[in-house]
Design a protein around this ligand. Structure first.
Ligand SMILES: [Zn+2]
Length: 497
């Protein structure tokens, strides 16, 4: 952190240049870097949990097209102290001015698209499933799999199995993901009502456990649901609301919606029973796009009344979310879809039951479904990237009240993804200011080799930093293995060999 302040002062004193900043920020680059460096002290509210980074390196992404997700044009993005310190044009602040700074990594993103890291509110990070017996329990997710999906903020969740899967395990897993560099939250509960909790009640969970943002996934209109009464659901939603108020978090209930004809009726019944006391935004139903036209129609009404809905992104060979978003986009306007988010159901099971309730197919969901669906909307559906990105950036950030997430703005979290401009394939993932994926390697945690070569790369990981003046003295620094080889010796590096 000390280095950032030194850099900020250096920039303020010696450069004193005006830069173009995203949004209406009018501070110079130095002020922005300083603000980012001091951010940990200022932002102490619950929604900033997961913000910031203990890595003192600054990263400059240059030569990219920036989407905030709104298209900003060609610009450079400077990350410092785990935050976005500045967004500026080359003409406003030539790259040469950065040479000699004490700890800076410059990445030439080769005219790629620089976009916010994706948010996925529905990931079975500890595994799920089990609908075909014990052998069908799905495996726990890995940090590398989330990074390969462009996800920098995840909300972990339990599902059908509330017995062999526990909230204690889920809490430990999200804490591990947080340690590994991304931002990780969790839902308390599972399909059933009453649901398990960590501390005896949902309100206590929310107030005492930092990672808990509400209850989920509570099953309605599904043959695996406990068919809770309206009174039970009203109590649960109220607890989530009160827990949210007391903990400064969003406090909503995330509902798994099945294919029964009752659709969203249980939620309308809660609205009716509360006589207007509970805002519709306190309930967020998911799996909207995969249950046929009836549920989509019910969801349209829900959104028309101010509610929000979550679509489960398309897995390989699926088209439901793509088709539904194309249809809604045509009828309401792509840019108007502010009430819809996408989530992957990652690492959960994908059982398909026939009309007799018999299991016909079984698969495991990949977290890459979000980016795949966004890519398809753009490349096949002709959407603007900025309109397609909102489903995994600004919309979920707004639904879940993640203030510094889902947007590239000065002072926002340094959660950034770089996509190839032609194919929209993932190039880089940076979470809380740390580069965790490049085109050649993906960070794979403590028990991996630290960096896994990507599937397309047959050789050993190579470094991608064009310029690196870091001394790499941080034990947790994932660049240690390779950056020293490529470090510019003239920059005065002190890398250990
Ligand atoms: Zn579900």
């Amino acid at each position: 952190m000390k280095k950032i302040v030194v850099v900020a002062i250096f920039l303020m004193v010696s450069l004193n240049l005006q830069v173009h900043l995203a949004r209406s920020e009018s501070k110079g680059i130095a002020g922005a870097a300083e603000a980012a460096a001091n951010k940990d002290d200022d932002d102490a509210d619950a929604s900033s949990f997961g913000s910031g980074s203990d890595d003192t390196a600054m990263v400059l992404l240059h030569n990219g097209y920036v989407y905030t997700p709104r298209f900003l044009g060609k610009a450079h993005v400077l990350l410092a102290g785990g935050s976005v310190a500045a967004i500026f044009k080359e003409g406003d602040f030539p790259l040469a001015n950065f040479s000699g700074l004490p700890c800076l990594k410059i990445i030439d993103v080769e005219e790629g698209f620089v976009v916010p890291g994706l948010i996925d509110m529905h990931v079975h990070v500890t595994g799920g499933g089990g609908e075909m017996g014990p052998a069908s329990r799905t495996a726990e997710g890995k940090i590398s799999e989330l990074l390969e999906a462009g996800i920098t903020t995840v909300v972990g969740i339990l599902g059908t199995d509330c017995v062999s899967r526990s909230l204690e395990n889920l809490r430990s897993k999200v804490a591990a993901l947080q340690d590994e560099g991304i931002t990780a939250w969790m839902w308390s509960g599972c399909y059933r009502v009453p649901s398990p909790t960590l501390t005896g009640s949902l309100v206590r969970d929310m107030q005492l456990i930092q990672e808990v943002i509400g209850a989920g996934e509570i099953a309605i209109s599904d043959h695996r649901s406990s068919w809770p009464s309206t009174q039970e659901l009203l109590g649960l939603v109220t607890d989530a609301r009160v827990g949210g108020m007391l903990s400064g978090k969003v406090g909503l209930v995330h509902f798994h919606t099945g294919s029964a004809a009752s659709r969203l009726d249980p939620l309308w019944a809660v609205m009716e029973a509360s006589k207007g006391a509970i805002p519709i935004t306190q309930m967020l139903p998911t799996h909207i796009s995969g249950r046929g036209p009836g549920l989509l129609q019910a969801a349209e009404e829900w959104v028309a009344q101010g509610g929000r809905v979550d679509f489960t992104a398309d897995q390989d060979g699926e088209t439901q979310s793509f088709n539904a978003l194309m249809d809604w986009g045509k009828r309401f306007g792509n840019a108007a879809l502010t009430g819809v988010s996408l989530s992957s159901d990652g690492f959960g099971s994908l059982p398909k039951f026939n009309s007799k309730g018999e299991l016909e197919e079984y698969a495991v969901a990949s977290p890459s479904a979000n980016l795949d669906t966004i890519r398809r909307l753009v490349l096949q559906g002709g959407w603007k990237l900025e309109d397609a990105l909102v489903f995994s950036t600004t919309n979920p950030a707004s639904f879940l009240d993640f203030k510094n997430k889902g947007v590239l703005k000065v002072g926002g979290d340094a959660d950034v993804v770089v996509l190839n401009a032609q194919t929209l394939q993932l190039q880089y993932v940076i979470a809380r200011g740390k580069v965790l994926k490049t085109p050649e390697w993906t960070y794979s945690g403590m028990f991996g080799k630290q960096k896994l070569p990507t599937a397309s790369s047959s050789s050993q990981p190579v470094d991608h930093f064009r310029h690196d003046t870091c001394n790499n003295d941080n034990d947790n620094d994932v660049w240690v293995e390779t950056t020293c080889k490529l470090t510019n010796p003239e920059a005065g590096t002190r890398c250990a060999s």
